[in-house]
Write a protein that binds this ligand. Sequence first.
Ligand code: C2E
Ligand code: CA
Ligand code: CA
Length: 662
Amino acid sequence: MTVGDDDLEERIERALVRSRWKSYDPVLRGLFESRTERADIGFLHRGVRAAVACFISFGLFDLWLFPDIGLSSATTRILLGLAILAFVEFLVWRQVGLQLVNSACAIGLFVAAAVWSEIARHTAYQDAFALFLVFGTVFVVSSSLFFRFRFATSAACSSAITFLLCGVAATTDVSFGTKLVLIAYFLTFLWFALYLSWQLSFERYATFLNETRARINEKAARDNGRQLARIANTDHLTKLRNRRAMVEAYSEYRERWNSDGRTIGVLLIDVDHFKAFNDRHGHQAGDRCLISVGSALDAAAERHDAIVGRYGGEEFIAFSHVEDEDALLRLAEDMRKSIEALEVQHSERSDGMGIVTVSIGASVTRSGVVPDLERISSEADRALYFAKAEGRNRTHRFDPSVPESLHRDHEITELLARAVSDGLASLVYQPIVAADTGRLCAVEALMRLRTDEGVSISPASFIPVAERTGLIGELGRWVLRRACTDILVAGVADRVSVNVSGVQLRAPGFPMYVARLLAELGLQPSTLALEITESVDIALDAHILDVVGSLKALGVQIWLDDFGTGYAGLRWLQMITFDVVKVDRCFLRRADSQDGQNFLQDVLHLLRNRDVCVLVEGVETDGELALVRSAGADLIQGYHTGRPQPSNSLVAIAHHRSGGSA
Ligand code: C2E
Ligand code: CA
Ligand code: CA
């Protein structure tokens, strides 16, 4: 019968408070007997040897006290003792149950007592015999206390021996008084022996109960502890290891690395466009998506003897001991493909890929570099950033030869992603004035970005990152709307020019966005100018030419920015009719020599011949202003006429300039 721990504990509680006279609980009793059986048999086994040795050695008393029957009595002791010992040895060897060994020993005791007294009581030395009979209580002590019989056996055996002794005492040839004293002594002795035996067996049983209860409690505590540890180390959603468990697991990998230098590979796995998925399909679908991604990753990890856990949000981390980096990349590819194979639909991706995918950053421990988890996971994180920048759904391995500065992109990306929502992005405007009259003709919108701590980051740093990561799309739309509202809707200037990058032009629907925006704000399309920088190689990109064509058809002005910094400028002039060409400020910087001045004049001459409106950037001094005026520039822009500034401080300039002074 199997009993649960709860039931057992209840029975033990009841048994411990129950009065000693009440019957034992059969379940506990059975358990007690089965638990103590082996030890008790061992005890009996050793006890029988000692008892037989004692029984035989008492033969010396027989020889001394009873010269008539001493020899036969002593011989009987030897034969009988050895026979009993042999029988018990046989039973133990046969591995019979405790009950049988118990009974054999009890019967052996009684037989030994009976046979000896039967021989000895015929001695002529009756006084000595009566006195020696007192030693018979040794048998009683043996049966009730020494052998640790079960109480019933010990009570039956001690009583039988006591009555035998009483009988023998009654038939000895001594005075009535002596007989009476002997019998009274035997009975009293029996009473005490039984009481002690009962007490002892109860104590043993109570000890067993307490021990069992302690064991159950300990086991329960251990189970609780294990369960708590499991909860603390498991991600509640995916049931994978959580971050904490992964950190712990890594220390084992690290130990192995310490002992045999085995390479550790770390993968950071990020679900692509997960936020958009959540926004479109809801959090429950998002959770389901993470669960299936988690289990697919886990299955892949198992195939490669790796472990995977959820690192937080939509990010997972995997470790493996690998032969080399290629082995790690194979694991990564297996993971990436198994997520693809799930074919979880994701219609909201801006890149048109209709299913859920993952990007993976991989890094391995290298000799000479301490493999801290923090270090290697941040390497994998940087690699992950590149995997995303390269277009997602791919694996990128960390390359230690790539300079740290590139990794700074990573922080900028994070900042750009929340720049608009967290108010970290802003716009400043730089006046563009007529070269002859100084009238404010337009303002150029320039983006600014600052960190949470207020440190500003140069556009030269963040614009390329925004372009690489595709974040320029969303930011660019924000800039357009903001610039139109700040300048045109507010009536600060007649025109605003906004920089657009090649990435923006290539994105589908850009002209449509511009058209809708202008219509929504009720603006004339010609009040908006888009600056395209010469470094975008649109000559090779028929699509961009189409886009520029659509924008021009819409009525929006198209300006060529940074003219003269690249090689494509002149070719562009043939392909697109620009409304304004902005001559890069590097020409003015070189104009401190006569040669430089001539060069600037040549460039302007060339442009004017093509009949385009020429703007010279970077005018900082009176001398430069005079120079560009004489060279025939139509428009000027630079610190001399105004630094980039917030739209509200531009209002004053606008009023001042509208007076017409130059
Ligand atoms: P850009 O379009 O050539 O903008 C002119 C840059 O020259 C601005 O730098 C402006 O502050 C600076 N500048 C103006 N006058 C002077 C002058 O007299 N002397 C000197 N030394 N510099 C002058 P900024 O604001 O750092 O912008 C750098 C570049 O970042 C811009 O070059 C533009 O290509 C890009 N950028 C800025 N905002 C945006 C944007 O909203 N979208 C895109 N796609 N690119 C932007
Ligand atoms: Ca510009
Ligand atoms: Ca420029």
